[in-house]
Design a protein around this ligand. Structure first.
Ligand code: PNS
Length: 164
């Protein structure tokens, strides 16, 4: 069985992420979405919340499994017996960071292969950070994320702003 590990912060999971998960399902038998502990001090969603939102967003995709991971990505690859790491590339600006990570992972574990996929053009500018910013400033963000994620963002913001 061919498995690819798709790691990220997913704070929150967007339609761009969903796009990649669907595309990867055409190439791999199993896509494991690996939710990392967020390096940001104050993520919008805690690890378990992020995991649950991805599970709900991918509920009708049988090739998808969602896990949380805390250590090194190269160790998660071994643990989940994945053949490759999947990362999304939206623009040139992503490339330097992604290249550095891919080469570091290969240096740590020479068998660690990273593959990159591009989302559809409509999703190519969608980033979790921008979605959070638009939502916090009361812009229309709902069409950039799965409905379940949009509801969760609204609930977070309402709680933060003292609304019901
Ligand atoms: O969505 P993000 O924040 O760009 O994802 C980054 C992530 C989680 C893939 C990266 O930080 C990572 O792999 N973290 C796990 C720790 C690790 O292995 N660090 C060395 C990577 S070069």
């Amino acid at each position: 069985m061919k498995t690819v590990l798709y790691p990220g912060s997913f704070d929150p999971f967007t339609n761009g992420h969903l796009d990649l998960v669907v595309r990867a399902g055409l190439l791999f038998d199993q896509v494991i979405v690996a939710v990392a502990v967020n390096s940001e001090k104050t993520p919008m969603f805690m690890l378990e919340e992020r995991k649950e939102l991805i599970e709900k967003s991918c509920a009708d995709l049988p090739h998808v499994r969602v896990v949380a991971f805390r250590g090194l990505l190269v160790d998660a690859i071994v643990e989940y017996q994945a053949q490759a790491v999947l990362r999304g590339l939206r623009a040139f600006s992503d490339f330097e960071y992604e290249l550095q990570m891919a080469l570091m992972n290969r240096s740590l574990r020479p068998q660690c292969e990273t593959i990159f996929m591009m989302p559809t053009l409509n999703n190519s500018f969608v980033a979790s950070r921008l979605v959070k910013e638009v939502a916090a400033l009361h812009g229309d963000f709902r069409h950039y994320v799965p409905a379940v994620v949009a509801d969760a963002i609204e609930a977070k913001l309402a709680a933060k702003e003292g609304r019901k």
